[in-house]
Design a protein around this ligand. Structure first.
Ligand SMILES: [Zn+2]
Length: 342
C-alpha cells in the first residue's frame, strides 16, 4: 500500500510499505480522510519527542472497514467508521474506573515515542482495535468524520469544566481546539471571549460565536475582561495554548474561586502564579484527549448542531502530503486544517 512515511525528522516520503495485518480483535480500515494535526506539524522536527522516525503519522481519520480480525463480531466489512486517537487497554485500572484516556500503557495512533510506536492513518490502510471504533452516520461525510477527534478533545475539556449558563468564559488560543471550544461553549448559553495573536484566527473565533475577540498583542486582555465582567473577572477560563505567557494572563483575568482548564501543552514546564492560585482558591484542571465524547460529537454533527466544514481549508491527495506539511510549518495564512485522502 501507499503511505506517507516520516523517514527522518522533517522528511516525509510517499512510498510503498507493507499493508498492516489486523490482529484477532482489530479491523483493517481503508482510510478515506485523515486530518493533519498541529501536533504532527510541531512534532515532525523532533521537538516533542513523540514522532520518532520512522513512523506513519495521522490520528484524526475515517474510512471503511475492509477486513476484520478473527474474533471481531460487531463490525462488518463495508462499515463506515471513525476511531478514537487513543488506543487504551480494556483491563486497566483507570479504564475500569471510567478514565480510559488516562490508562497505563495507552498508545496514540500515529505517534512514536520512547514508550511505544503505533503507525497511523496517513496511509491507504490502518489497523484499528475494534473497541475504539465508532460508526459514522450516513449524512456525515468522511471529511467531516475526520474532524470528530479535535471536536471531541474540546468537548472533553468542556465536560470537565462545570460551565454554567450565563458564565463569562475566556478561551486562550483560537487554533483548532480553541475554535471548537468557542463553538461548543456557545451552545451552553454562556458568554465567550476569544484571545489570539493572529487577526484571521480572531475573525474565525467571531464566526464560531465569540461575543468578544481580543488581540493578546494589542489589547490589555486582563483589563478588558475585568471591564466585561463588572470588575470581577472570568467565571471560567480555557487555556488552549500551553505557554507561560498565556497561563499568566489566564490567571490574571480569572475571578476568585473560578476554574482554569488547561488544554494546551506546548511547553513541558512553566512558571506558575502559585500565591494567586492559592489565595484566590482557583481550581486548575488538566484536560487530556478524549474520554467517551465521540458518540456525542457524531450526533451533534449529524444533526447539524456543530459545524466543521468551514474549518477545513484544503482537501488534498495523500501523495501531496509533504507539500502541505511544509505549508503548515511555514504558517501559511488561511491554512488551518488540511485533510489528506489516500
Ligand atoms: Zn491531534
Amino acid at each position: 500500500m501507499k503511505a506517507l512515511v516520516l523517514e527522518a525528522y522533517n522528511k516525509l516520503v510517499y512510498k510503498d510499505v507493507n499493508k498492516p495485518a489486523p490482529d484477532d480483535h482489530e479491523v483493517l480500515v481503508e482510510v478515506k480522510a485523515a486530518g493533519i494535526c498541529g501536533s504532527d506539524v510541531h512534532g515532525m522536527d523532533g521537538s516533542t519527542g513523540r514522532r520518532i522516525p520512522p513512523v506513519i503519522m495521522g490520528h484524526e481519520a475515517s474510512g471503511v472497514i475492509s477486513e476484520t480480525g478473527r474474533s471481531v463480531t460487531d463490525w462488518q466489512v463495508g462499515d463506515r467508521v471513525t476511531f478514537d486517537s487513543t488506543i487504551y487497554r480494556l483491563d486497566d485500572w483507570y479504564t475500569r474506573s471510567g478514565h480510559y484516556n488516562l490508562s497505563d500503557n495507552r498508545m496514540v495512533l500515529g505517534v512514536s515515542c520512547k514508550e511505544f510506536r503505533r503507525d497511523g492513518a496517513f496511509a491507504q490502510y490502518v489497523s484499528i482495535p475494534e473497541h475504539i471504533l465508532y460508526k459514522v452516520p450516513g449524512n456525515v461525510s468522511f471529511e467531516q468524520a475526520a474532524m470528530v477527534e479535535p471536536v471531541a478533545v474540546a468537548l472533553h475539556a468542556i465536560n470537565l469544566s462545570g460551565v454554567r449558563i450565563n458564565d463569562h468564559v475566556v478561551v486562550f488560543g483560537s487554533g483548532m481546539i480553541g475554535l471548537f471550544l468557542v463553538q461548543l461553549l456557545k451552545s451552553t448559553g454562556c458568554h465567550v471571549t476569544a484571545i489570539d495573536i493572529v487577526e484571521e484566527k480572531l475573525v474565525m473565533a467571531r464566526n464560531a460565536g465569540a461575543e468578544t475577540c481580543l488581540h493578546a498583542g494589542r489589547d490589555e486582555v486582563a483589563t478588558r475582561i475585568k471591564e466585561i465582567t463588572g470588575g470581577r473577572g472570568a467565571d471560567l477560563v480555557f487555556e488552549a495554548v500551553g505557554m507561560a505567557g498565556t497561563l499568566k494572563t489566564a490567571v490574571d483575568c480569572i475571578r476568585k474561586g473560578a476554574t482554569l482548564v488547561m488544554v494546551g501543552n506546548l511547553t513541558p514546564v512553566v512558571d506558575f502564579p502559585l500565591q494567586k492560585v492559592v489565595t484566590q482558591e482557583i481550581t486548575v484542571r488538566g484536560s487530556c484527549a478524549i474520554n467517551g465524547e465521540y458518540p456525542a460529537v457524531l450526533e451533534l454533527l449529524s444533526k447539524g448542531q456543530i459545524h466543521v466544514d468551514s474549518m477545513i481549508s484544503a482537501v488534498a491527495p495523500l501523495s501531496e502530503g509533504a507539500r502541505f506539511f511544509d505549508r503548515l510549518r511555514n504558517k501559511e495564512p488561511g491554512l488551518l486544517k488540511v485533510i489528506l485522502k489516500p
